[in-house]
Design a protein around this ligand. Structure first.
Ligand SMILES: Cc1cc2nc3c(=O)[nH]c(=O)nc-3n(C[C@H](O)[C@H](O)[C@H](O)COP(=O)(O)O)c2cc1C
Length: 191
């Protein structure tokens, strides 16, 4: 699960963290926390030996069955640091990359952020990721919805996040015959 925001007390990171900590039955989640460590994407650098942060990012993606995003909109588009992450994903042509991988997102913006999410859809389309429409959700969240622990305090919103994860997991199970979602294919999966 990946947040497109680097901000402390980010609502999008709260969505991701809440999805992780409330635990969806049968689903093992991993939160990508190292967005800030990725170097600026440069095709010249997309060669072995890759920067460690890129190796770690691509390895995480390759070991997941699906990916859930939650990103803010900046200036009518995706935040640059998040787009940078997607650029590194585009450069990955190995098995297990985002190519045909089930993906979805939660739009947590109270203002719609339609342009950013249109952009996310377009970029994921270029990546040939499989957008799981039934797991794409709008759950408007404000700073007031966050508790001191930086998780979503509202049980209603938390339930919406859980349902999104469940929808993504259902898709993966239906397609691949059983899993574990955002999610790794390692035996750690069972809770
Ligand atoms: C530099 C900047 C640009 C922004 N541009 C937009 C925008 O174009 N559209 C919008 O709806 N919100 C915009 N926002 C508001 C953020 O998307 C909003 O505060 C969001 O909740 C931040 O997500 P976070 O809490 O996960 O960091 C902008 C915020 C910043 C800091």
């Amino acid at each position: 699960m990946i947040s497109g925001s680097l901000r402390r007390r980010s609502t999008n990171s709260a969505v991701i963290r809440t999805g992780h900590w409330q635990r969806c039955p049968g689903v093992v989640t991993t939160v990508y926390e190292d967005l800030a460590d990725l170097p600026h994407f440069n095709p010249d650098d997309d060669v072995d030996p890759l920067p460690n942060a890129v190796v770690a990012f691509r390895s995480l993606i390759r070991n997941t069955d699906a990916v859930l995003f939650s990103t803010p909109e900046y200036a009518g588009d995706l935040p640059g640091s998040f787009l940078n992450l997607l650029d590194w994903a585009v450069g990955d042509d190995q098995v297990g990359s985002l190519y045909e991988k089930p993906v979805a997102w939660i739009n947590a913006s109270p203002r719609g952020a339609a342009d950013a999410h249109q952009s996310l859809r377009r970029v994921l389309g270029y990546l040939h990721a499989t957008i799981v429409e039934e797991a794409v959700a709008c759950l408007p969240i404000t700073a007031n919805d966050l508790g001191d622990d930086e998780l979503i305090a509202s049980t209603q919103i938390a339930a919406g996040i859980a349902e999104t994860l469940a929808a993504l997991a259902r898709f993966v199970r239906g397609r691949d015959g059983g899993v574990e979602m955002l999610v790794t294919k390692k035996p750690v999966l069972k809770q």
